[in-house]
Design a binder for this molecule. Structure first.
Ligand code: UDP
Length: 261
């Protein structure tokens, strides 16, 4: 490991819900924040790890997504795409500073989850389904539920982050950090209901009940993990049923308390 300072830039406005609720806040925080971090890193000679997102691939249908693949985004009138745009601009900032000599690497996360997910925070789908199942409320699947994601257990996300942040081979690179186990949201709802032995009904809801009109979802989101494996020796190790089991155990204890109060 290097003796030089290391900056892990993980701060951002995240979550599609937060972005569509305050698009301007999301854009300025994500872009100015990253500019500030890189300017400071440049002044102080620090290496930087930038946490980016699989959202940058947008709705590309070139699945699995390769780091050097094209990005496909919807129109600028749909706020959702401002997140992908702002985070991609963050990546451009990182590459521009790399040209100035800053050592940097970038990770793109794929739906990270684990204990301490917050149902009242950015509202990731696992947290929402767990809270609904525990409260015996309907489990709300958006659209037809056939959209897919690859959920990555937090210890795997952390491992990939540390490797990309510290290994010499990672400098100047972008890496997908995630599991490539693809699951539909409807199947996820069924797993969570089963694990929690919940009597909740699984209901399909139009996107408009949750997001502004004109909202566009990503249908499939799957990483190509070969670059991270080859360059960083990284593979996500925790299977979904194991990670989900640990996460739901935590939710069972914690959410029950908040549901009761
Ligand atoms: N989703 C859902 N019901 C919910 C919350 C989310 O069906 O109550 C869906 C959402 O529409 C998306 C997927 O679950 O297709 C993942 O959503 P999340 O916000 O966790 O992350 P995203 O992948 O959209 O960044």
């Amino acid at each position: 490991m290097s003796q030089h300072p290391l900056t892990l830039h993980l701060a951002a406005v995240v979550g599609v819900g937060n972005i569509v609720a305050d698009p301007l806040g999301g854009i300025t925080t994500n872009v100015h924040g990253t500019e500030n971090v890189f300017a400071a890193a440049d002044r102080h000679g620090s290496r930087v790890l930038l946490a980016s997102t699989s959202e940058v691939y947008g709705r590309s249908d070139r699945v699995p997504f390769r780091e050097d693949g094209d990005r496909v985004l919807g129109p600028t009138s749909v706020h959702r795409w401002s997140y992908a745009t702002a985070k991609a601009l963050d990546e451009h900032i990182a590459f521009a500073y790399a040209d100035r000599g800053v050592k940097m690497s970038i990770v793109r996360y794929f739906n990270s989850y684990g204990p301490r997910i917050d149902e009242r925070g950015y509202g990731s789908v696992i947290a929402r389904f767990a809270a609904q199942a525990l409260g015996e409320r309907p489990i709300t699947v958006h659209g037809d539920g056939k959209q897919t994601r690859c959920f990555t257990y937090v210890s795997d996300t952390v491992e990939g982050t540390i490797r990309a942040a510290t290994m010499a081979e990672a400098i100047g690179g972008v890496f997908n950090i995630g599991s490539d186990r693809e699951i539909s949201i409807l199947e996820l709802a069924r797993m969570i209901k089963r694990d929690l032995a919940s009597r909740s009904e699984i209901v399909l809801e139009p996107y408009e009940t949750h997001y502004p009109k004109g909202f566009e979802d990503t249908r499939r989101r799957v990483p190509d993990v070969s670059k991270a494996q080859k360059t960083l020796g990284y593979v996500a190790r925790v299977p979904l049923d194991v990670g989900l089991g640990r996460t739901l155990d935590w939710c069972r204890t914690t959410y029950r308390v908040s549901l009761a109060s």
